[in-house]
Design a protein around this ligand. Structure first.
Ligand code: HEM
Length: 412
């Protein structure tokens, strides 16, 4: 592998948060950003927090998603609607030992071999989604490709037909809508009904696969077994729900960030075209420098000291992966894209989290982005940002990435 250093420094995008993270890292191990809300921003502290699930619980509040902005006045009616699917978290937002058990069962389904098996499907989907615009010479990359790929791949992995893609997108949106801001009681009841519709769809799918497994993810989850222990139907739906949500925007943003950086650095694009073996390295450095999941949430189970600062039990801890990934005490020249960190420490970025909850879909995510870039780059030459306002970012304090990216290129 060519180890010559290729660098390009880009601090771009609206509300760029990185200078703020740097300031927090310099000033203190922990910053109280609001009363009762604490930010952890240094690489070593982020890893330490995520390594200790007993002290730093992933359960936040009472875990009732409809109560995120305060108790719901219609919680009883929501519980009634959701009695078939109470939406008890079994993976994210849980702690050992429940988490350990479920994670082991899900791991049986998401092995490297299973991901390798669906790579040809990913390739086909990439080609299908690029076909409508590839010869056009310009594209709104986020809307016309990056946001469609993860949803299409998950639909295929779950063994559902392309006609279900829209439903999955809608259900994922409904699940997440509860965190956008307070909802009216009527809207909460509507959302509860949509979530139960999703559960019923998958209950039918699970039962069908129990009778006749066909190797898709639903079959694998339905038949996953360790010493006679199996996942029940609501747990399987909860895991699938996590996949539909956890794998969507994160992968979309990684694709968008990749094309954004390549549009601004034609030499780097040429290098990847000439040597596609460098693509995995490129993707990991993109994940480090532009981490889609900026922060995770944890809550201390006891008063605990982090770098000399005491954080009280029950506080909300924002664990900033994106800041850890630019910590100058760990990464040399952290604000610079460096192609050849691999083999040094790029691979130790924490964009996929760390510890017991670290991303279960990372192989799938890497495969999606790598296959897409390997297909698109030889077919898109001279990639440039197009127009006077080519990029907009999502307005969200947890996630960061482009939701609109205008590109022009010479079709090859
Ligand atoms: C570039 C894309 C992705 C990024 C940056 C990413 C990031 C993360 C992060 C930071 C976590 C840790 C959450 C925590 O500790 O609370 C996580 C967990 C998880 N991710 Fe991903 N993710 C990506 C893609 C995917 C995909 C494609 C899937 C599946 C289809 C997926 C499924 C999951 C699941 C199921 C968990 C929960 C694991 C657990 O709680 O044990 N992710 N991801």
């Amino acid at each position: 592998m060519n180890t010559e250093t290729k660098t390009s420094s880009m601090e771009v995008g609206s509300n760029c948060p990185y200078a703020g993270y740097r300031l927090m890292r310099e000033q203190s191990a922990v910053t109280e950003v609001q009363p009762g809300v604490y930010a952890v921003t240094r690489y070593d502290d982020v890893k330490a927090v995520l390594s200790d699930p007993q002290t730093f619980s992933a359960r936040i509040g009472d875990n009732k998603s409809f109560a995120f902005f305060g108790p719901s006045p219609v919680q009883d009616r929501i519980d009634e609607i959701m009695r078939d699917y109470p939406e008890e978290p079994v993976l994210m937002r849980t702690d050992p030992p429940l988490h350990t058990r479920v994670r082991a069962l899900v791991n049986c389904a998401l092995t490297p071999a299973e991901v390798r098996k669906i790579e040809p499907q990913i390739q086909t989907i990439v080609e299908e989604l690029a076909a409508p615009w590839l010869q056009r010479g310009e594209v709104e990359f986020s809307g016309e490709f990056a946001s469609l790929l993860p949803n299409a791949v998950t639909t295929s992995f779950l063994g559902s037909p392309p006609a279900m893609r829209e439903h999955f997108r809608f259900w994922a949106h409904e699940v997440m809508s509860r965190f956008d801001g307070p909802q009216s009681p009527e809207r909460q009841l509507e959302v509860a009904q949509h979530i139960v519709d999703m559960a019923h769809y998958f209950y039918d799918e699970i039962e069908a696969r129990r009778r006749q497994p066909n190797g898709d993810l639903v079959s694998l989850l339905a038949h996953a077994e360790i010493d006679g222990d199996r996942l029940d139907n609501p747990s399987i739906v909860n895991v699938i729900q996590t996949f539909l949500i956890g794998g969507h925007e994160t992968t979309t943003f990684t694709l968008g960030n990749s094309l954004h950086y390549l549009a601004r650095d034609p030499d780097m694009a040429a290098r990847l075209r000439n040597d596609p073996a460098l693509i995995p390295t490129f993707v990991d450095e993109i994940l480090r420098i532009e981490s889609p999941t900026q922060s995770l949430q944890r809550s201390p189970t006891r008063d605990v000291e982090i770098g000399g600062v005491t954080v009280p039990a029950g506080a909300l801890l924002l664990v900033y992966l994106a800041s850890a990934n630019r910590d100058e005490n760990f990464f040399a020249e952290p604000d610079t894209f460096k192609f050849d960190r691999i083999g040094t420490n790029t691979s130790r970025h924490v964009a996929f989290g760390y510890g017991v909850h670290s991303c279960l879909g990372l192989r799938l995510a890497r495969a999606e982005v790598q296959i897409a870039l390997a297909y698109l780059l030889p077919r898109m030459h001279d990639i440039k940002l197009a127009g006077s306002d080519p990029i907009s970012y999502i307005n969200n304090f947890v996630l960061r990435g482009p939701i609109r990216l205008m590109l022009s290129y010479a079709p090859a």
